[in-house]
Design a protein around this ligand. Structure first.
Ligand code: AMP
Length: 497
């Protein structure tokens, strides 16, 4: 225990540290720049949302909502403490808090409290009655249920409705980046706090060009950050009308029933609950069976088939390479037509770096007007991992100039020089205390500095400053203006200082 730090980051979370954070910043800056060129603007929704919103948007039956959300009750502060008053006193306080608006008016809560008091004789003074009362009251839901967001599409759609964005010129094109939270089993590329960069196009139409442009934007971004060897898979999952996806799902179910004995337990269960998800299975022994199943592309209605064909043509027009993957599906009703996924190398089983698709029913499901929608989310953690695996990790952040100073007069000059150099955009290390030049140069080297500016009282009085190139030990003398000019010329000439 002795040497072990007492506190550690919570399982599934981690500190992003330098120099890696430089790579994160580079990725995020590239996203801002690329998305801007496609006419997208940034939205920053809150990290927590009403549980109800997320349950509805992500789907109450999904693993994300049923098992993986960080949900808690947001009790208002200043509520009465049941341990400090009689049960009747507490009940009165709750009534008062509801009347004053401090608590949401909830007749069911009052009814439950009255029921407990009447039926279990909890007004008695006995210790047992007190314990039962406390147990019951503590478990009472007196606040709103809120959850850390497991994704951000729900938030963006809520914001679109809340801020009447349907009155803006359509479509509204928004992007976001930030942490998401899912209580998943941590492994490489899978965390409980992870980061997504995503975008949504809301409103307007569902022209195939919109789908194609969103995909083009994702691929442009990956190209710009230098992620190579990735694969784009696309598919169409039709829409939720009798002559389209539901008819296909019936055929799929029938085929799965026939092969049921050869499937694993999970897939057997999914035949009833969510047959499309069987197509996601990675189990080796199920692959030959899955290969024989009916494919949705052969069962799309005429409009969905035409839409899909057009999306593919539009992608070709944009020079975006893709692979059709009929097994790429989404389990929720409001997902429709285009789905896509990007996978990267070097990530093992968690190799999806981006998932996206069309969700025309979602805004309406959340209480808005019928609104078309399509979007994607990039897994930033995995993107960074993949960049690092391919040798594109960030270099440690060195300094341009380390100011080695000695003497009081030299210090005043050093402070001014640091200010001027920093204003000119150079990264400068100004040691807070004096040290011998030998020591200072050692430290400059350790920090990865390119140059050391040597300022002793002699240099200051002569007005001639010594600049040492640490890589080869060469030295040159400059006047103050010459120095700035020299450093700027090195930077301008394209060399990274
Ligand atoms: P989803 O919102 O589930 O469609 O996920 C979109 C992308 O987010 C995935 O392709 C992953 O790259 C990333 N992602 C999802 N869950 C996690 C997680 N627990 N840890 C790291 N990345 C994740």
């Amino acid at each position: 225990m002795a040497n072990k730090s007492k506190f550690q980051a919570i399982r599934g979370t981690r500190d992003l540290l330098p120099p890696e954070t430089a790579l994160w910043n580079h990725v995020e800056e590239t996203a801002h720049a690329v998305f801007d060129t496609f006419g997208f603007s940034e939205i920053r929704p809150p990290i927590f949302e009403p549980t109800e919103l997320l349950a509805r948007a992500v789907g109450g039956e999904t693993d994300i909502v049923s098992k993986e959300m960080y949900t808690f009750e947001d009790r208002a502060g200043g509520l009465p403490d049941p341990g400090e008053m009689s049960p009747d006193g507490f009940l009165n306080e709750i009534r008062r808090a509801m009347n004053s608006g401090q608590l949401a008016n909830d007749a069911a809560v009052i009814a439950q409290l009255e029921f407990q008091l009447e039926n279990y004789n909890l007004r008695s003074d006995s210790e047992r009655a007190r314990l039962i009362w406390m147990y019951f009251v503590r478990g009472l839901r007196l606040g709103d249920s809120i959850s850390l967001r497991p994704e951000a599409t729900a938030s963006v759609c809520r914001a679109y409705i809340e801020h009447n964005m349907q009155q803006l010129p359509q479509p509204v094109k928004l992007y976001y980046m930030g942490p998401m939270f899912r209580r998943e089993r941590p492994q490489k590329g899978r965390y409980r706090q992870f980061y997504q960069i995503g975008a949504e196009v809301l409103g307007g139409g569902d022209a195939p060009a919109i789908d194609a442009e969103v995909i083009e934007m994702v691929m442009t971004f990956f190209d710009r950050v230098g992620l190579s060897g990735i694969e784009l898979d696309i598919n169409s999952i039709g829409h939720n009308a009798p002559d389209c996806r539901p008819a296909y799902v019936e055929k799929l179910k029938a085929a799965l029933e026939k092969a049921k004995d050869k499937l694993g337990a999970d897939s057997q269960r999914r035949i009833e609950t969510n047959p499309l998800r069987v197509l996601d299975s990675k189990l080796e022994h199920e692959q030959p069976i899955i290969a024989t199943l009916p494919r949705i592309a052969d069962h799309l209605c005429a409009e969905c088939a035409a839409h899909y064909a057009s999306v593919k043509r539009q992608l070709e027009l944009r020079g975006v390479f893709f692979k059709e993957n009929w097994r790429l599906v989404r389990g929720l009703d409001y997902y429709m037509r285009t789905t896509f996924e990007v996978t990267a190398k070097g990530l093992g089983s968690q190799n999806a770096v981006c998932g996206g698709g069309r969700y025309d029913g979602l805004v309406e499901l959340l209480g808005g007007l019928p609104t078309k929608g399509i979007g994607f989310a990039i897994g930033e953690d995995r993107l960074i991992l993949s960049l690092q695996e391919s040798g594109k990790g960030a270099a440690p952040h060195g300094r341009d100039v380390y100011i080695a100073w000695m003497g009081e007069r030299a210090y005043a000059t050093a402070v001014r020089a640091a200010k001027d150099l920093r204003n000119a955009g150079f990264s400068v290390e100004l040691p807070p205390t004096e040290s011998k030049f030998g020591k200072a140069l050692e430290r400059a080297d350790k920090l990865g500095s390119r140059y050391a500016l040597i300022l002793g009282d002699n240099e200051v009085s002569e007005g001639s400053w010594t600049l040492k190139t640490l890589a080869d030990g060469t030295q040159r003398k400059f006047t103050e203006p010459e120095l700035l000019e020299f450093l700027t010329s090195v930077k301008v000439s394209g060399e990274r200082l």
